[in-house]
Ligand binder design. Structure first.
Ligand SMILES: [Zn+2]
Length: 388
């Protein structure tokens, strides 16, 4: 059996080592050799990354000054392994149908193989069945814990951060140091960074005008974030970032949180608003920023719009600031990232504020290539009991 599989074993939580770039470069190599490339997303959280990979492959192929006479084609496949077990066999069937001359070329980004998780088990099953069914399987996966790797894959850690500034890396490093299980530490690139990067901007969800436990609920935080983005020059046709001459567009900005309170206006079938957008969204709009919101309730109530928006954000088609739960756009980075601490009411129950902060750093701060803005939240203080 000829089985050439390589897994770029990187970290979960998208620490920015450039692993998606590695997948794109490998996919382009296959296309130029005339092979068809299957870009596979096995969960909605990797939909954006997969869409971005397919888009970049298409652009790179069309920009090649000396294209081969018969380059391969690109196909994008979306599944939901978490909620639909039958999708695993469907994916095997779909992909085996794409075998050409005995070979199959697959890119799988942001895939989890953890054995304790049903979604991870199904990813492992997919890889195993493909390896059994297709002797000429070429599969590259990235964005996984370096534990729980399927036996048919060869790990290749990629630990050199390719793009983000030392000032941002220090914020992420705090979390990498503390959450070591399943995560490779960074290594030295051997290439000196052009500078320390920009000072991290710190805002505070604190004071009379601020409302709610977390910034996602707070209109004032939305206004202050908008003011800071304006000060940086976002949307003005220029920018105030030193050593970064390209103008800052709205689409260069991610506002990331894990708060389940984040949502846009929710409307019923008649178009009436039944639940208003969360405070931070209203604050941003008060200041005139065009905003795309990908929140929990948006996903539940208007899946079609949510999928359209994710596809749009993946290729930055519309010039808008994106406010989103960070796990829904895994693998995507932006020049400016605003990190809003917050909790998912179900998943984060039982985590301390310090643990929330560490996961925020891994999942949100790590997505920033140039200017990081962090919103600090004062700890909740419990009033001393007066009971005697
Ligand atoms: Zn606030």
């Amino acid at each position: 059996m000829f089985l050439m599989t390589l897994l770029l074993s990187d970290v979960e939580f998208c620490v920015p080592t450039g692993k998606t770039v590695a997948l794109v470069l490998q996919g382009l190599r296959w296309l130029l050799q005339g092979h068809d490339v299957q870009v596979v997303s096995t969960l909605y959280t990797s939909r954006a990354a997969s869409r971005m990979i397919a888009g970049q492959l298409g652009m790179a192929l069309s920009a090649d000054p000396t294209p081969p006479p018969t380059p391969g084609s690109i196909a994008l496949h979306h599944y939901d392994f978490h909620n639909r077990e039958a999708d695993v066999q469907q994916a095997v069937t779909d992909l085996v149908a794409r075998v050409k001359d005995g070979q199959l070329h697959v890119l799988l980004d942001e895939a989890l193989f953890a054995g304790s998780d049903v979604y991870g088990q199904r990813n492992t099953t997919l890889v195993g069945r493909l390896a059994e069914s297709v002797p000429g399987l070429h599969l590259w996966a990235a964005g996984v814990y370096h534990t729980d790797i399927p036996p048919s894959l060869r790990p290749e850690p990629l630990t050199v951060p390719l793009r983000c500034a030392p000032s941002v890396l220090r914020e992420v490093q705090t979390a990498v140091d503390r959450l070591t299980a399943g995560i490779h530490n960074y290594s030295d690139s051997g290439v000196p960074a052009p500078g320390d990067g920009l000072r991290v901007i710190r805002l505070s969800h604190h004071g009379n005008a601020h409302t709610g436990r977390w910034p996602a609920e707070c209109r004032q935080c939305g206004k202050e974030v908008a003011a800071e983005l304006r000060r940086l020059g976002v949307g003005s046709g220029g920018n105030s970032l030193p050593n970064s001459p390209a103008p800052l567009s709205y689409s260069d900005v991610f506002i990331l949180t894990q708060s389940s309170e984040l949502q846009d206006d929710i409307e019923d079938d008649a178009g009436r608003v039944t639940s208003r957008a969360s405070g931070v969204v209203r604050g941003l709009r008060d200041e005139g920023l065009p905003v795309c919101v990908l929140g929990e309730q948006d996903w539940r109530h208007n899946r079609a719009r949510w999928e359209r928006d994710v596809d749009d954000v993946a290729v930055a088609a519309t010039d808008r600031v994106t406010v989103t739960r960070y796990d829904w756009l895994q693998g995507l980075e932006r020049r400016v990232v605003v990190m809003l601490p917050g909790r998912d009411k179900e998943v984060d129950e039982g985590l301390s504020d310090e643990e929330i902060d560490l996961y925020d750093r891994l999942s949100a701060a790590s997505r920033c290539t140039t200017q990081l803005i962090m919103v600090d939240v004062p700890p909740v203080t419990t009033a001393p009991s007066t009971a005697t």
